[in-house]
Design a protein around this ligand. Structure first.
Ligand SMILES: [Zn+2]
Length: 203
């Protein structure tokens, strides 16, 4: 069943529908790059990534196209090396705060690759991947932090094994191989926003 494309509904509550595993306010773009999580594995980790296509350029349809295997190899020289990858994330938060969802949370998105966290391999099995549109060295936008914090709190409320201290960067679970979300990502800022949302936002 294909989900239809929808616009981000900024007025919608930032809440996960437990049946569908969809974030209500997200624009939905279905990625074929997902599969079932292993039986009996709880979602208990959030992995933050950074992505821009081509690197350092924002806007454009390229991330949607990459995650749906429709990226043209010839549209930009950089795309030659990524167009054949089969990758996805659950969510993308764009520079303007728009949220796009590619994979329902109960399914496994292909975002982490070879990875390990606290001795557990294959972090895709038990994590939710969130891409931020950005680069390692350019500050992320305030609206991205604000939306990310709302999304993190919605996820923590939907998946009880998640918590505010179970959020890592891709670089934390694939050190030496991955650097995102990079030095530009302000972890204390995210953590304080999440704390604030947990305390004041209605459940
Ligand atoms: Zn990454």
């Amino acid at each position: 069943m294909r989900r239809t494309r929808t616009a981000t509904n900024i007025a919608a509550p930032c809440r996960v529908d437990p049946q569908s595993g969809l974030l209500l306010l997200a624009r939905q773009v279905e990625s074929p790059n997902s599969d079932a999580r292993p039986d009996g594995v709880a979602v208990d980790l959030i992995v933050i990534h950074g992505i821009s296509l081509p690197p350092g350029e924002y806007g454009g349809p390229w991330i949607d196209e990459l995650f749906t295997n429709r990226l043209s190899r010839t549209a930009h020289p950089y795309f030659e090396q990524v167009a054949t990858l089969h990758v996805s994330s659950h969510l993308l938060v764009r520079r303007d705060g728009e949220v796009v969802q590619y994979v329902p949370f109960q399914r496994r998105a292909w975002h982490a690759g070879a990875s390990s966290w606290q001795g557990r391999e294959r972090c895709n099995d038990f994590s939710i991947g969130i891409e931020l549109e950005g680069t390692d060295h350019e500050p992320y936008e305030s609206t991205q932090y604000a939306m990310l914090a709302r999304v993190v709190v919605a996820l923590c409320r939907a998946y009880p094994a998640l918590s505010a201290d179970r959020i890592v960067g891709h670089s934390d679970i694939a050190p030496g191989r991955k650097t995102d979300p990079g030095a530009a990502f302000d972890w204390p800022r995210l953590r304080s926003l999440v704390q604030f949302e947990l305390e004041v936002a209605p459940a």
